[in-house]
Each structure stands twice: as C-alpha cells, then as structure tokens.
Design a protein around this ligand. Structure first.
Ligand SMILES: Cc1cc2nc3c(=O)[nH]c(=O)nc-3n(C[C@H](O)[C@H](O)[C@H](O)COP(=O)(O)O)c2cc1C
Length: 231
C-alpha cells in the first residue's frame, strides 16, 4: 500500500484555503487505496535547526532536538509520497520553513555533482520516492508561486527523488464565493490524488483545472478594483 505523509503549513489549518485544495487531493489518494497521514505544522512543536550539522557528522541521521520532528522523522522514513501544502507567504510560513530546514537530517551527506549542481540523496532508510506540492496564494496569477514552486522542486532535486507536480490555486480567496467553479476545482484536486496513486503522476490537464481562473478578468477588475499598468 502507498503510504502518504502530508504536511499542511497553513496557520489557518482546517479553515484555510490551502485545506480546501489539500483535503480533496488527499481524499482522492485515499480513494485510490493509499494510507494517508496529515499533520499541521501549527499543532506541532518544531523548533528551528541550530545549524551544527550534528545529524550529518557526529550522530548521522539523528537530531538532538527533542521535539515533534522526532515523530515526523519516523513517519517520513516510512512514507512513499511526501505532500507539502502551504500558502504563499513571501515565501513560506515560518513553521513550514523550520520543518523544511530540519529535513536536512534525512539527506545523506555524500554529495555529487549533477548538471553543474551539487546534489545529495535521501538516506537509504528513507522510502520517499516522490514529493508533491499543494499551494494557494491571494493574488491573481500563477507567477506568485514561482518561489514556493522552486523551493519544492529544489528539495526534490537535492534529495534525488521525483518532483511529482504541484496543485497551485491562485486568487484562492474566491474559493467558496463562486460555488460551481469551486466544486470543479475541488473535483480536479481529488482527481489529481487518484492519478498520483494509481499512475504515479498527475496530468497537466488536471493540474490546469485546479489553477483555472475563478472569475473573468473583467469581473475581477469590476469586483476588486484591479487596474492593469504596463506589461
Ligand atoms: C504574511 C502573508 C504573506 C502573503 N504573501 C503573499 C504573496 O506574496 N503572494 C500572494 O499571492 N499571496 C500572499 N498571501 C496570501 C495567502 O497566500 C493566501 O491568502 C492563501 O490562500 C492563504 O492560505 P490559508 O487560508 O490556507 O492560510 C500572503 C498572506 C500572508 C498572511
């Protein structure tokens, strides 16, 4: 059975827009037969990395900080797919950044050069083979995800695992306001979850459905007073 660990980094947890995309995505994965565990960074005690790299040098694969990362390390070692879910916060909420820094322990410090870049690998006892991203943002266009997307892709490359793709939901504050479109977006998120478990990848078409505009540009300008200047 495919084991999935999902981490929702939204401080608004179940009530947030990120959960409105993540939850149907995870439901789809469960429906396709995966076992899914969901954690909220806000409910966990995850302290910042202290940067001594003791987990690489003195006690390989072990972190001396006694907090909830100890439980997560155990869960992550057993997972096949890691789902990172986060709102865009220029770029990340602090709790999510703390968690990502602490993932360094899971990497083997034997470095290699690939296509001109230094890369590592997950340690042998880490099963994760795919990382997927779910992200929501407030502003209109997908360009607002550039930095967060790059962070998730880099994490996958540094760990030498597959970046399975991203469910990106711009102007997410409109979710719920436009019921029919919201339903279609959530259905697409569920479909993406099914695809990831059954086929090992998500189709571009399905991911585009998750990101589809929720209102026309004219309506956006009318309702929210957007103006367009320059290019
Ligand atoms: C501190 C902070 C920074 C944010 N920065 C951005 C940003 O740079 N670009 C953007 O499009 N939205 C930004 N947003 C909006 C959130 O990404 C958006 O509202 C998101 O859907 C919230 O998800 P949540 O309800 O799950 O917390 C920011 C919100 C906060 C609170």
């Amino acid at each position: 059975m495919t084991e999935v660990v999902a981490i929702n980094g939204s401080p608004r947890m179940e009530k947030g827009r990120t959960a409105m995309i993540l939850d149907p995505f995870l439901d789809g994965m469960k429906g396709a037969g995966a076992s899914v565990e969901l954690f909220y960074t806000k409910r966990l005690d995850i302290r910042p990395c202290t940067g001594e790299l003791i987990c690489w040098e003195e006690t390989p694969g072990k972190c001396y900080i006694s907090d909830d990362m100890q439980l997560l390390y155990h869960k992550l070692r057993e997972a096949d797919i890691l789902v990172l879910a986060t709102p865009v916060y220029m770029p990340l909420p602090g709790e999510m950044q703390n968690l990502m820094n602490r993932l360094v322990l899971l990497l083997d410090p034997i470095l290699e050069m690939r296509a001109g870049r230094t890369r590592a690998r997950f340690r042998e006892d880490v099963r994760i083979s795919k990382i997927a991203l779910v992200s929501t943002c407030g502003w209109w266009e997908k360009g607002n995800f550039e930095v967060v997307l790059q962070i998730a892709e880099e994490l996958a490359r540094n760990a030498s695992v597959d970046f399975a793709g991203a469910l990106l939901r711009p102007h997410a504050y409109l979710l719920g306001e436009v019921e029919e479109k919201t339903r279609r977006v959530m259905d697409a998120a569920r479909q993406a979850g099914i695809q990831l478990v059954k086929e090992g990848k998500m189709s571009e078409e399905t991911l585009e459905m998750v990101s589809q505009p929720l209102v026309s540009e004219e309506e956006r300008n009318r309702r929210y007073g957007y103006i367009t200047r320059g290019q």
